[in-house]
Design a protein around this ligand. Structure first.
Ligand code: ADP
Ligand code: MG
Length: 252
């Protein structure tokens, strides 16, 4: 994406160095080395069970790593002594299941972090939350409860909630996989806007149209290993590895 190249920084904001992780005997991340630059949009794709969720969850230490180094905005995430709350304030995350609190309104869901973690005055947090709801296109839902919203609307609230902490990085783990087809585009459109505004984004998705148009680079992960990294043009037009080719022929 040419827009992406123009606004991309030259400083890695996320650096994986020889990162390994096991779940018991299962070696789920194998020697992951990857730099992600400020303002970059990186799509992670590959077969189920390949380690995509685990990889993305190491970034905010929802999954601790077993060896190697992982640096996020200068924070050594591999170091067990770091302040995890400070790390997580820099990173918003959106999951496949929207994970909104059902007993709180949309507005209350969004201001929770800013008010309780960042100690921002409630009125100011609400002003910011309304701006974010405008941005994701549903200001009229501020006082609704999650159950009164469609899946697409709930996911847009989840994105607004992630942005409310003013993160430097946004992580998305299959954000549209639980949505009915007609709601996928409204969520991808919000993500694309965010990308164009220069947010650093790591996105696990099977939406290859989104990847093609929005990603700066794509990472093919299989069996816990990075098989191939390339621009969307390289990955779609001229994949270097047979496994990438085969996988794409199955999903496209
Ligand atoms: P993906 O997101 O690519 O489908 P995951 O990262 O979820 O892959 O999973 C990678 C592998 O690790 C899978 O074999 C999965 O069953 C296993 N796994 C994931 N989470 C755990 C866990 N908390 N405990 C044990 N095994 C896990
Ligand atoms: Mg997953």
């Amino acid at each position: 994406m040419d827009v992406g190249k123009a606004r991309m920084g030259t400083r890695p904001i996320i650096s994986f160095r020889q990162v390994n992780k096991w779940f018991g005997n299962l070696h789920v991340l194998r020697d992951i080395t990857l730099d992600i630059y400020e303002g970059e949009v990186v799509v992670i794709f590959g077969p189920s069970g390949g380690g995509k969720s685990t990889l993305i969850r190491t970034i905010n230490r929802l999954e601790p790593i077993d060896s190697g180094e992982l640096w996020v905005d200068g924070i050594p995430v591999h170091d067990p002594r770091i302040n995890v709350n400070r790390l997580r304030q820099e990173i918003g995350m959106v999951f496949q299941q929207f994970n909104l609190f059902p007993h709180l309104t949309v507005l209350e869901n969004i201001i929770l972090g800013p008010v309780h973690v960042k100690k921002i005055p409630r009125a100011e947090a609400e002003r910011l939350a309304m701006q974010l709801l405008e941005r994701v296109g549903i200001p009229e839902k501020a006082h609704a409860y999650p159950a009164q919203l469609s899946g697409g609307q709930q996911q847009r609230v989840a994105i607004a909630r992630g942005l409310a902490m003013r993160p430097k990085i946004m992580l998305f783990d299959e954000p549209t996989s639980a949505l009915d087809p007609e709601m996928i585009k409204e969520v991808l459109d919000v993500m694309e806007d965010l990308a164009r505004e220069g947010m650093t984004m790591v996105v696990v998705t099977h939406e290859m149209g989104f990847a093609r148009h929005v990603a700066d680079r794509m990472v093919f992960l299989e069996g816990g290993r990075i098989v191939e990294i390339g621009t969307p043009d390289e990955i779609f037009e001229n994949p270097r590895h047979e496994r990438t080719r085969v996988f794409l022929s199955q999903v496209l």
